[in-house]
Design a protein around this ligand. Sequence first.
Ligand code: ADP
Length: 403
Amino acid sequence: MKILVINSGSSSVKYQLFQMPEETVIARGLLEKIGEENSLFCQKSIKGEIELKNQIRNHEEGINFIISMLTDSRHGVISSVNEIEGIGHRVVHGGEEFNGSVRITGDVVRKIEAYSDLAPLHNPPNLMGIKATQKYIPGAIQAACFDTAFHQSIPQKAYLYAIPYSLYEQYHIRRYGFHGTSHRYVAMRCASIVREGIHALNMITCHLGNGCSIAAIEKGRSVDTSMGFTPLEGLIMGTRSGDIDPAVMFYLENKGYTCSGLNDLLNKKSGLVGISGVSNDMRNLFQEKENGNPRAALAIDMFCYRLRKYIGSYLAVLKQTDAIIFTGGIGENNAYIRRESLDGLEALGIVFDDARNQNIQRGRDSCISADSSRIKVFVIPTNEELGIAIDTYEIAQRSKQKE
Ligand code: ADP
């Protein structure tokens, strides 16, 4: 069965076409700068690589263009869109409504629309992708896979903020958590590596990319995560501050900062770039540190310290932990950060193996703890698209059986 996975952002659409259940990627591509004069398109497939510039005015045109390239006589990989039986969409916010991936119906679309209030930058472009594929690939079963869904199992004591309860009732203010597809995917991979059912394992998953979040997973269910009402809370990230005393905002407001200025400050000008003053990219910071830049070194130190603090608190939340997993661009590639966030914790059951940590094979699942370590530590490359393809395949199969 061919499953198309769509990640539709504000000015871009990323996609992958999978053959399922074999989990092979037939084609992957990216359309960027939608709405600009020179939209950029690239696609990689067994037919080779193609890059094009073309004016794509909106998402509907974008999806139509992607379909034309997937079915193109020279570069395409399918002869007709009818070959695509299922389409899985990444949707950022599913609010309290969705605790798993669902088949898209009119009611689901209305609910995603309603949650646009909570994710105004993400849900509307996600919906544009859904509506365009419904128009151009009407025969396919469509599924929505939510970033928030995996964290819906978090108990109330962990998802509520200690502000008046009425604000939760009136405005739904609570911790939602994000990166759920990634946390769930690497947790499932980990279970298959250690040959245990996911429901038998307690894990801490660290997704460290441009955005960073960590999750405590008890017997396969997320019980806490560091991102909150929005992705701003928790770990230090490329441009986001993570945890901060909210009173700093009141103080800065008195100094003349506006609400949107503060939003910009915390989401775009803080984190690694805010501290270092040079870059939000961890690779650049290591380069700068090597060149003797003390603020780059400080940003790296702060990043590791915050991560270590969260790992420690989740060890306490889970009481007994079987595995800690690193994933995301930083988690998969940066041995220094993995070591700095975990070494010296033998008393807590973690025996780090630095040689293993230094010598992992890129793109492969690896164990970086010593054989004697009670808690196993793994590096597991994330694959959110495959996670979405697996869910969509299951939904499509179930729907077909019913029909
Ligand atoms: P996103 O959250 O946008 O998907 P990624 O998961 O690609 O981001 O992570 C981006 C971060 O990963 C950047 O800080 C980058 O420096 C870091 N990173 C990516 N590749 C490497 C690498 N080979 N070595 C060290 N850091 C890397």
